[in-house]
Design a protein around this ligand. Structure first.
Ligand code: ZN
Length: 469
């Protein structure tokens, strides 16, 4: 059975202050309910004002997703009763959102973006001593109340859990490039996933954090709906909760219809006009986006497309790292190849990301320089990179400290002469046409120079020496 998936992605915008008041959005280390005021606590009579920076971030997101930004938008009240919102409504956008009708390209396939709108985050509920249904009691922290969010709603264009994850990874990368979102922030991107099997009722799985968790939740939900259909039980339209611990979903509430929220226009906020000049200025401030960056690596640096894709798609950190390395060591092909083929593998082995590692552009290109100037062989460099990634030690000092520099011409010449005069039988065998004898002689020479040489090059020198004897 074919799955039909649409996502609602809530992104926390990186701003200093909240969406409708001046309270700080930075609550790390803050007292619970410390970053609050009558506006974000929702006191009666409080007068919200719109954060201009948040609107600008949202416009950039909308334009990056090729949406039409509406010339005028306004906010609405979404009424509901829940402890995370004491004023009993959330200020969001409904009838006239910020932007409509965009798309995101995923491997050449166009995923429709229905709308992009802004809204305030509700308070955070802290369930003490258990999960949402098993906790002893629940605490409310309003530091999160009023933090600016953008909600990105897709058309039901995604066909599998895997595709949903790929969509989120690409969206996250675009947002990171725009500088409006911090991928390191806990819960900075939360997803509600709508999923149905063709012809069946739609189920919404709420509030999933993490791309992998979205894929897992959808996998569970698709299998659940399939087995129900196989048993002839109708899937009900409802909202479900995803439990990452058990990797299951469970009924939260029967799905309410949008009309149940009783939307009304927010009377305390004015309508906002977004003129063309403002949009053009914001567009001119927009940085290069991931797809353009990949193309630039190919066009300007001659990096193979698949390597450019891996570097850019791994994250902005790695793109910046690549560009800094190329600035220091202008051989982009070699830099890209060593990043993709060996650096990422070693980081993976250490189980760390580039950001947490001790790898720096200056020392990384040192390793490439050592190969380029012939101080070490490529083969040795492949070994050394593991140690370098683990310790961050300068490859040049590593080579000096351990005496790993390749044997020089003179040392190599002496070693070959000695081996040839000590092994006359092998020399005679070689002359008699036994090619295996040459490999034996190569082994002897490499042993004498403690493998500090390129076997192919050493073999060539031995052959030359034999031919000139
Ligand atoms: Zn406030």
């Amino acid at each position: 059975m074919k799955a039909v998936i649409g996502l609602e992605v809530h992104v926390q915008l990186e701003t200093e202050s909240k969406l409708f008041c001046g309270c700080s959005t930075d609550s790390e280390g803050a007292e619970p309910n410390g970053n609050t005021c009558p506006i974000c606590l929702g006191f009666p009579g409080a007068k919200p004002k719109v954060n201009r920076r948040a609107v600008e971030h949202a416009v950039k997101i909308a334009r990056a997703l090729e949406c039409d930004v509406r010339p005028r938008f306004y906010f609405s009240r979404k009424s509901y009763f829940y402890p995370d919102m004491p004023k009993n409504f959330q200020i969001t956008q409904y009838e006239m959102p910020l932007a409509l009708g965009g798309r995101l390209l995923l491997d050449g396939r166009s995923i429709g973006i229905t709308r992009v709108h802004m809204e305030e985050d509700p308070a955070r509920l802290v369930h003490v001593g258990g999960g949402i249904s098993s906790s002893l009691y629940t605490l409310i922290d309003h530091n999160r109340s009023g933090v600016p969010l953008v909600e990105i709603v897709t058309d039901p264009d995604l066909a599998s859990s895997r595709e949903a994850r790929m969509f989120l990874e690409k969206l996250g990368l675009i947002l990171e490039h725009l500088g409006v979102y911090d991928p390191g922030r806990e819960g900075g991107l939360r997803v509600d996933a709508n999923v149905s099997l063709e012809g069946g009722q739609r189920v919404e799985v709420k509030n999933i954090t993490g791309f992998r968790a979205v894929e897992d939740a959808l996998n569970y939900e698709i299998i659940r709906q399939e087995s129900m259909a196989n048993m002839g039980i109708a899937v009900e339209r409802e909202t479900r909760h995803y439990d990452a611990e058990t990797n299951t979903t469970s009924t939260l509430r029967r799905k309410e219809q949008e009309e149940d929220y009783g939307y009304i226009t927010e009377p305390d906020l004015v309508r906002i006009d977004v003129d063309d000049a403002w949009i053009s200025r914001l567009e001119s401030e927009m940085p290069e986006l991931p797809d353009a960056r990949i193309q630039r690596y190919v066009d300007e640096h001659g990096v193979p497309l698949f390597q450019a894709g891996i570097i850019v798609n791994t994250g902005l950190d790695l793109s910046r790292f690549f560009e800094e390395c190329v600035g220091l060591f202008p051989e982009p092909g070699m830099v890209a190849n060593w990043i993709v083929t060996f650096l990422l593998k070693s980081l993976n082995y250490e189980g760390i990301g580039l950001r947490e590692s001790k790898v720096r552009p200056g020392t990384f290109v040192e390793l490439l320089g050592l190969i380029g100037e012939g101080t070490i062989t490529e083969r040795l460099a492949r070994e050394l990179i593991k140690e370098y990634v683990g310790t961050g030690e300068s490859p040049r000092s590593l080579v000096e400290r351990r005496g790993l520099a390749s044997a020089g011409r003179e040392e190599l010449g002496e070693a070959i002469d000695e081996v040839l005069s000590d092994n006359r039988k092998a020399v005679a065998d070689y002359r008699a046409g036994q090619t295996r004898a040459l490999d034996f002689l190569l082994g002897q020479v490499l042993r004498r120079i403690r493998a500090r040489g390129d076997p192919v090059e050493v073999k060539r020198l031995i052959r030359d020496a034999l031919d000139s004897e």
